[in-house]
Design a binder for this molecule. Structure first.
Ligand SMILES: [Zn+2]
Length: 241
């Protein structure tokens, strides 16, 4: 944590001095290591799909001077949610995109949902929130207190509008280009989205649907998803910077 604090100070300092830099996009492959995330019927683990798509996203940015993609993890390692937040904040101003696969008891559900940080309104949003925040159970040292939570939430409100716009661009690209079923922009109180910058959590497709699980495992489809998310990010940058 101390190390990330120092890196953060260094980066913020260098940004101010340098003035110009590529747009930082912190891409967060959900789960990892001892935390597999959701597991499909055929045994596919969410943590592996999110990492592969994140690596493709970074590849896309390598050919683009305007965007620098930073991954919170590049291997199958466990990373506490609080560390993911610290990494994101080291690259502020920028944006944060957390990648996940959805899961439901019904094996029929399919489609993409993009979340922003706001109190959950429906049972479904609450269920997804609970499942993704469950990663906290792996963490030994929880920084969360009631007061801290309220402060986090107030600070995040400023970013809400921009996060909504980012969510819309990413969702539209995934629906139009990958032909994923549009389940809409949703909101939930995801711990990992408390990053004080435009931030979204993408539930890319349902790993609990065996057809979609097989689809998710194909690298051609992983690349299509990465490209659609990337195009959404680029649209956001064009319109906001
Ligand atoms: Zn997840």
């Amino acid at each position: 944590m101390v190390i990330w604090g120092l890196i953060s100070l260094f980066l913020m300092g260098s940004n101010t001095v340098a003035g110009q830099h590529p747009c930082y996009v912190v891409v967060d492959p959900g789960h990892g290591g001892k935390d597999p995330g959701a597991i499909g019927k055929l045994g596919t683990k969410e943590k592996d799909i999110t990492l592969k798509i994140a690596l493709y996203l970074r590849e896309l940015a390598e050919q683009d001077d305007d965007v620098e993609v930073i991954l919170t993890r590049t291997k199958d390692v466990y990373l506490p949610l609080s560390t993911r937040i610290e990494i994101a904040q080291a690259y502020n101003p920028g944006m944060f995109v957390s990648l996940h696969c959805n899961a439901a008891r019904s094996r029929q559900l399919h489609g993409v949902e993009v979340y922003i940080l706001s109190p959950a309104r429906t049972n479904w949003e609450r269920a997804v929130e609970a499942r993704e925040n469950e990663a906290l159970k792996w963490e030994l040292d929880l920084p969360e207190g009631d007061e801290a939570t309220i402060l986090y939430d107030l600070a995040q409100i400023e970013m809400l509008q921009e996060s909504k716009v980012l969510a819309k661009y990413v969702l539209n690209n995934m629906v139009d280009d990958v032909q994923l079923h549009d389940r809409g922009i949703k909101q939930a109180n995801f711990y990992v989205l408390r990053v004080f910058m435009p931030a979204i959590l993408v539930e890319m497709e349902f790993i609990s649907n065996p057809n979609r699980e097989q689809w998710l495992c194909k690298s051609i489809n992983q690349k299509r998803i990465a490209t659609a998310i990337y195009n959404g990010i680029k649209e956001f940058i064009r319109n906001y910077q």
